[in-house]
Design a protein around this ligand. Structure first.
Ligand code: ZN
Length: 236
């Protein structure tokens, strides 16, 4: 049975992808795949410059996620494209479970309405784009690190959002923390599907605050992966 879809950011996914595809037609051209220096990561993008930018972010993601004890043993392709390959709804980025493919809208598409209406509407297209690379790669690393079909969506998104916010500059992250009104202390009981669906900015801020407050963040990530730490909803 497939794991629940790790669709990125519910509000974004409720907005029409067709509009994004029309707006971003200029970005549709694809160059040949480029292999990043980071092993097992390949980028498909409209230009070598854009691919190089994604590879640079991917290297940072690899360092960050490896420090959290997450594994990367399977090939991942990051495709920067106005067509995310999601039939049911429009997203700005998408992790295709089991397929080892991440699709992300190009920065020029994120300048449009889709980007502004996401959970982080004040974030400029550049940092939003790069942080989406981090977020989606986190999903890939989490899936790689977990036992098959064992993880609920909350664990995936907790780690992905925490990594995404950690990548952002302090001013960008502080803005999200301030607007979401998230503050310490945060504990796992405060996370829920409802929070993720209806206040993803607050979910993201809480995830970052909670993970950052851990004496050893990698231990918390491992505990979530192996089930020794649980969100309250699991016990219902
Ligand atoms: Zn996600």
């Amino acid at each position: 049975m497939p794991r629940p879809l790790s669709i990125c950011l519910a509000k974004w996914c409720a907005i029409g992808g067709l509009l994004a595809a029309l707006m971003c037609a200029a970005s549709a051209a694809k160059a040949d795949p480029i292999a990043c220096d980071t092993p097992l990561i390949v980028v498909v993008a409209a230009s070598p410059d854009l691919a190089a930018r994604v590879c640079r972010v991917a290297a940072e993601a690899d360092a960050m996620l490896s420090a959290l004890g997450l594994r990367h043993s399977r090939p991942v392709t990051i495709e920067v494209t106005p067509d995310l390959g999601v039939s049911a709804a429009g997203c700005v980025a998408y992790f295709h479970t089991g397929g080892a493919v991440l699709t992300i809208l190009p920065p020029d598409c994120l300048e449009g309405e889709d980007g502004r209406l996401g959970p982080f509407p004040k974030l400029a297209a550049g940092p939003l784009f790069e942080s989406l690379v981090i977020h989606e790669l986190a999903h890939a690393y989490v899936e790689d690190s977990a036992a098959p079909d064992s993880l609920p969506r909350l664990v995936h998104e907790y780690i992905a959002y925490a990594a995404q916010l950690d990548y952002l500059s302090k001013p960008d992250r502080d803005g999200i923390l301030r607007r979401s009104k998230a503050d310490l202390p945060v504990d796992l009981a405060g996370f829920s599907e409802a929070l993720l669906n209806f206040a993803p900015d607050r979910f993201a801020a809480m995830a970052w605050l909670h993970l950052r407050a851990q004496p050893k963040p990698a231990d918390m990530v491992q505990a979530l992966l192996d089930g020794t730490a649980r969100f309250e909803i699991w016990d219902e």
